[in-house]
Design a protein around this ligand. Structure first.
Ligand code: ADP
Ligand code: MG
Ligand code: MG
Length: 252
């Protein structure tokens, strides 16, 4: 589904990613961990095709296509979901309007008809239950005045409605309380499927108690310095990241 080969990327001309290799197959959940500033969000941003993030070497193949050739909207229509792709707050635009516009754009690309208002509302209501979100959030401006936990739930709602093929969730340090964390995790788990790939960016182990990844990768200074399974996340919790930094230049 997604193959990243020797990806190098710069932000505003500053090299950040320095040779990333990653392979995500349908059905897999990959957690990307690593200390602050190691390049996790940069990787997510390059996958999203955000402005100012430039791939300078290597390649990214998504379903056989060169992802770097696609504009951000094309990536979204091709089934890639990036939580932060949707602006944090959009005054004057209702949440329900944005959700419907985004869904119909994706449906069009998949050769499906637009959903009419009734069908769309039925779908949204069903998905809102998943994240235990109150319907009053539909008419509110996108994310305006939402708490951190509500924004996260809204992201999961967007994802549940768009049913992406590949979802990339960059867990910002939004400080979810334990209840919000569970709700978000339950929402993500409900969306796990044999057809869908998931990349979870987090620097805390605790999320992975609820969303158990198939693979864990540790990023340090723009490289994946270690990969493993869920046990690696536990090891990191115990030991921190310092011991891996030393692995970067092994005395071979
Ligand atoms: P992480 O998500 O792992 O904390 P980031 O990908 O956000 O790390 O950042 C990696 C490095 O890239 C940091 O040194 C950060 O300062 C730098 N960086 C990220 N975004 C920008 C930007 N827009 N302009 C300049 N430097 C940036
Ligand atoms: Mg950061
Ligand atoms: Mg980050």
């Amino acid at each position: 589904m997604l193959t990243i080969k020797n990806l190098h990327a710069s932000v505003d001309g500053k090299p950040i990613l320095r040779g990333i290799d990653l392979n995500v197959k349908p059905g897999e959940v990959h957690a990307i961990m690593g200390p602050n500033g190691s390049g996790k969000s940069t990787l997510a941003s390059v996958l999203a095709g955000r402005e100012d993030y430039e791939a300078t070497a290597g390649e990214i193949l998504y379903q056989g296509q060169n992802l770097l050739d696609l504009a951000p909207e094309e990536r979204a229509r091709a089934g890639i979901f990036l939580a932060f792709q949707y602006p944090v707050e959009i005054p004057g635009v209702s949440n329900v309007y944005l959700l419907k516009a985004a869904l119909n754009s994706v449906r069009k690309h998949r050769g499906l008809d637009e959903l009419d208002a009734m069908d769309f509302l039925a779908l949204v209501r069903e998905k809102m239950k998943l994240v235990k979100m109150d319907e009053s959030f539909l008419q509110r401006a996108v994310n305006e005045g939402f708490s951190g936990g509500e924004k996260k739930r809204n992201e999961i709602l967007q994802m549940a409605i768009l049913e992406p093929t590949l979802a990339i969730l960059d867990e910002t340090d939004s400080g979810l309380d334990i209840d919000a964390l569970r709700i978000v995790a339950d929402g993500v788990n409900a969306l796990r499927s044999p057809e869908r790939g998931l990349i979870l960016v987090t620097h805390y182990q605790r999320l992975l108690n609820y969303i158990v990844p198939d693979y864990v990768h540790v990023l340090s200074q723009g490289r994946i310095v270690k990969s493993g399974d869920k046990k690696l996340a536990l090891e990191l919790e115990e030991k921190g990241y310092g011991w891996l930094e030393q692995d970067k230049n092994p005395v071979a």
